[in-house]
Structure formats: structure tokens, C-alpha cells
Write a protein that binds this ligand. Structure first.
Ligand code: NAD
Length: 496
């Protein structure tokens, strides 16, 4: 049984409800996870609230040292974290290791907390008056995370929140909760006091309690768009600061002058990596002019060589999907695309590697001549299904992307600097790649889409993450000076 982590230890009470944790490679249920009710969420929030004052007052250099120690422990345990990811999520081990590495970068950024929390100071804004700002933590903050990056996405949140002096309650995905529990143990080993980091496993019941809990000051969410919207609306209604990152439909534009080999490598890597279960996966390739007919053979040649199999097998390049329900949903979309008249160039349905017939596999699938209006174009499929849309002009590609409600990531493949610059300037999407298919910024920048891919004002991690997990206080100070004594009901004008 996978339980909660509250006040520095595993929660031992028997849960009222549990969920299944699969091994997607075999299809077997490998464990059960406790699903929290209101009581468990309240216990986690109470532990976080009690731990907060002492943690906030812990010298910033000591908080920084906990992050340095945690960083070392994550490095030492990265293979173990990756194995847990592969076992519950299904992605290949090298991909899981890459995920740990991208999470680690945020931990490393949080090791700079002494610099990141600095305020500003202005001397003598009026006679004998100085002004300074400081950034202070918010209190108890919560994170609610998706299944597709069970270690990295929580790490987008808690290292910065904790280093800044907050205490944290994490509600990871109930589909793959174990990597976060291992990280909780590593944080403890790194010297983090009990109660500063807590985990409640669960579903909507736990999420709803987090959203309404009066002791939680802020909520970070990453997941699908309908839930992101729900979290943003309900969290802000309850007076909380909310950042909610949603789903995606990422387009990659290929211009006729592009290096077609490079573009094919990028489309296949970004379309089928992690079986398409990435919020920055490319799901639509938009070819301009005659690019389609030149690109397509390169893509199909690469797909033919891809090996789909269990994530722990070093020969596998793509693993299974996360649950049987998700596999069935993806298979359903492929049938719908066929019925709606798109050309099914490569059909990945019905595949399973030998000895793993019960696993949740869908092999790489490719549609050509996808049209806006088709379900496979409109919806986020979140599986290994790539669609090609053919347009005549570059401007048609830009207009198509700008008309899409999702706006997480996008990319252009071209050798024309002017075209790339126009794309960067005019495209209405939060993260843009030029000859780079998955433009995920490093941890010293911030990550966030636009439109229905993001609700809130502060993107996640990086400098925006620090702003999200702290608030500014300004202090205007004057030490007594006899010249300025006396009552004055006029509005203060410090500059005079
Ligand atoms: P999801 O929205 O189903 O679940 C995310 C979290 O919300 C989980 O912790 C889950 O327990 C909880 N949840 C689910 N249903 C809920 C409900 N009805 N009420 C309250 N809480 C609920 O997402 P998922 O399937 O775990 O993850 C995949 C999605 O996440 C995709 O849409 C993907 O694009 C998105 N994603 C976005 C980003 C980003 O940075 N924008 C990153 C990773 C994943």
C-alpha cells in the first residue's frame, strides 16, 4: 500500500478508499494507493501550518544548505527515482532519467535562494527616509500534479516554495505516486524538518479540500485544461493565489526550405517520445507548400525503425501508455480519425511486444491530410499519434496556430532567419522553438503557455516561480528627527 507522507513520516492509518497503480508494461496491478479524504488533507495542512513559523525563521543560508544536500541525494538516487517512474508510468528508463535531470535543474536553481530573495533599497528618498523591499514566503502552499512527469513536475514547485520559506502539501497523480514519496524521504535525509513537506495521495476529494482549505495560501497546478480551469476558478474564489498549467496541442511548422532530415528527426522524437504523453509533445506537423511530400517519407522511414516495448528493456525506445483507460481512449481517437477521413499512414493499434500482451501498448501512429474540425485535430490525444496538416502558405500556418485555443509550445523548422523571426514575433504561443521541437526553458527561465494552456499570471519555476511563492513587502523608514515632528494630515510626499 502506498500511503501519505505527513509530518516527516509515512501515514499509517488504513484508508477508506484506495486506487490501483498499474505496471503499464505488463498490465498488472502492482500496488494500491491510499486516496485521502478530508481528514488526511487536514492533517497534512495542520503539519505544514505548524512547521511553517520555525521554517520561515530558519536562516536563509541554512534553508539553502538543505537544498544543496537534497541536490546531492537526488543525484545519488537518480537511477532509483527513474526506475520508479518507469515502473508506474511506463516511459523508458533513459527518458525517466532525463525527467529527473530536468527536475534537478530546478533544485539547483533553488540552491541560489540567497540571491533570489534579495530585495531593493533606496537611500534618502526624502530627508532621512529610506525605502526597502523584501520578499517573504506566503505560508502553506499546495501543488497538484499530473501523471506524465511524476518526479519533474512536483520539482517545478516544491524546491522553490520550500527554499523561499514556505511549507508544502503535494497531491501527486494517483496513477504514479511513488517517485514523490522517495523524494520526501530524501528531503528528510537532507535535513528538512518534519511538516515542511507533506504528501497526500488522492483524487478529486483531496483536491477539493485543498482548494477550500482556509490555511492554504496558494495552489500550483499542472494537468489537463478542464481541471486547470476548475482549479483556477475555485482556488481564486477561495482567495488563494493560483497558477494552473493546462493541456496542449503543439504544432510544428515545416517550411519548404527546411532541412527535411532534421525536421523528420524532430517530429518523430517530439511526437513519440514518452509515447506522446508530454505536454510539450508535438502532435501536429504543419507542412507548408511542397514540404509535405518531401518530409513524409523521412518520417515513415524513421517510424518503421522505432522499437516499442517495456520501459525497463534497454532496447525499447517508446513505452506503453499509463492505464488501460488511456490506451482505449487513444485507440478510440485513431478510429475516429479514420472515420473522419484523415489518411491513416501508419496504424499503431493492436500492437504488443512478445511476452507483454497484457501491457497498454499503442505503437507510433501517423495521419496525413488532417483537417481542422476533425476530433484528432481539435483534441489533445496525449498518445503516440502524430497528425500532418498541409497548408499552402507560411501565413496559413501562423493563422492556424493562432486560431487554436491551446498555446503551450510550438516550433518552426526553416533555414530562413526572417521567417523564423516573423514566427517568433507573431505566434500567439507561450514557448517557441526555432529548429527545436520541444522548447522547454531551463530552470533559470520560467515555463508557461498562453490561452487555454495556462490560467494565472505567474508562469512556473525560474524567476516567476520565486515571485509566485513570495510576496513583496515595502518598508519606508525614518529614524526620529526633531525637524519633522508635528501633525500633518496631507498625503505623504516622500520626495519633497
Ligand atoms: P489531469 O488533469 O487528469 O490530472 C491532474 C491532477 O488533477 C491529478 O493530480 C489528478 O488527481 C487531479 N484531478 C483529476 N481529475 C480531477 C477532478 N475532476 N477534480 C479535481 N482534481 C482532479 O491530468 P493528467 O491526465 O494527470 O495529466 C495529463 C495532462 O496534463 C495533459 O493534458 C497534459 O497536457 C497536462 N500537462 C500540462 C503540463 C504543462 O506544463 N502545461 C505539464 C504536464 C502535463
Amino acid at each position: 500500500m502506498i500511503s501519505h507522507w505527513i509530518d516527516g513520516r509515512q501515514w499509517s492509518e488504513k484508508p477508506e478508499r484506495t486506487g490501483k497503480v498499474y505496471d503499464p508494461a505488463t498490465g498488472e496491478v502492482q500496488n494500491e494507493v491510499a486516496l485521502a479524504g478530508v481528514g488526511e488533507v487536514d492533517a497534512a495542512v495542520a503539519a505544514a501550518r505548524d512547521a511553517y513559523p520555525a521554517w520561515r525563521d530558519t536562516p536563509i543560508t541554512r534553508r539553502q544548505n538543505v537544498m544543496f544536500a537534497f541536490r546531492e541525494l537526488v543525484v545519488q538516487n537518480r537511477h532509483e527515482i527513474a526506475k520508479l517512474i518507469t515502473s508506474e508510468h511506463g516511459k523508458t528508463e533513459p527518458d525517466a532519467l532525463g525527467e529527473v535531470q530536468r527536475g534537478l535543474e530546478v533544485v539547483e536553481f533553488a540552491c541560489n535562494i540567497t540571491h533570489l530573495m534579495k530585495g531593493e533599497f533606496s537611500e534618502q528618498v526624502s530627508t532621512g527616509v529610506d525605502t526597502f523591499t523584501m520578499r517573504q514566503p506566503l505560508g502553506v502552499v499546495a501543488g497538484i500534479t499530473p501523471f506524465n512527469f511524476p518526479a519533474m513536475v512536483p520539482m517545478w514547485m516544491y524546491p522553490l516554495a520550500i527554499a523561499a520559506g514556505n511549507s508544502f502539501v503535494l497531491k501527486p497523480s494517483e496513477k504514479d505516486p511513488s517517485p514523490s514519496l522517495l523524494c520526501a524521504e530524501l528531503l528528510k535525509e537532507a535535513g528538512l524538518p518534519p511538516g515542511v513537506f507533506n504528501i497526500v495521495n488522492g483524487d478529486k476529494v483531496a483536491v477539493d479540500r485543498i482548494l477550500e482549505h482556509p490555511d492554504i495560501a496558494a495552489v500550483s497546478f499542472v494537468g489537463s485544461t478542464p481541471i486547470a480551469r476548475y482549479i483556477y476558478e475555485n482556488g481564486t474564489k477561495a482567495g488563494k493565489r493560483v497558477q494552473a498549467l493546462g493541456g496542449a496541442k503543439n504544432h510544428m511548422v515545416v517550411l519548404p526550405d527546411a532541412d527535411m532530415e532534421l525536421a523528420a528527426d524532430a517530429a518523430v522524437s517530439a511526437g513519440y517520445g514518452s509515447a506522446g504523453e508530454r505536454c510539450m509533445a508535438i502532435s501536429v506537423v504543419v507542412t507548408v507548400g511542397d514540404a509535405a511530400d518531401r518530409l513524409l517519407p523521412h518520417i515513415t522511414a524513421r517510424i518503421a525503425k522505432l522499437r516499442t516495448g517495456p520501459g525497463h528493456d534497454p532496447d525499447s525506445e517508446m513505452g506503453p501508455l499509463v492505464t488501460p483507460e488511456h490506451r482505449d481512449k487513444v485507440v478510440g481517437y485513431i478510429g475516429q480519425g479514420e472515420a473522419e477521413g484523415a489518411d491513416l499512414v501508419v496504424d499503431g493499434r493492436g500492437y504488443s511486444p512478445e511476452g507483454y500482451e497484457g501491457g497498454f501498448y499503442v505503437a507510433p501512429t501517423l495521419f496525413d491530410r488532417v483537417q481542422p474540425g476533425m476530433k484528432i485535430y481539435e483534441d489533445e490525444i496525449f498518445g503516440p499519434v502524430l497528425g500532418m496538416v498541409r497548408v499552402e502558405h507560411f501565413q496559413d500556418a501562423i493563422d492556424l496556430i493562432n486560431a487554436n485555443p491551446y498555446a503551450n509550445g510550438t516550433a518552426v523548422f526553416t533555414n530562413d532567419g526572417g521567417a523564423a523571426r516573423k514566427f517568433g514575433n507573431e505566434i500567439q504561443v507561450g514557448m517557441v522553438g526555432v529548429n527545436i521541437p520541444i522548447p522547454v526553458p531551463l530552470a533559470f527561465y520560467s515555463f508557461g503557455g498562453w490561452k487555454s494552456s495556462f490560467f494565472g499570471s505567474s508562469p512556473i519555476y525560474g524567476p516567476e516561480g520565486i515571485r509566485f511563492y513570495t510576496r513583496q513587502k515595502v518598508v519606508i523608514s525614518r529614524w526620529p528627527d526633531p525637524i519633522y515632528r508635528g501633525v500633518d494630515l496631507g498625503f505623504p510626499q516622500h520626495g519633497r
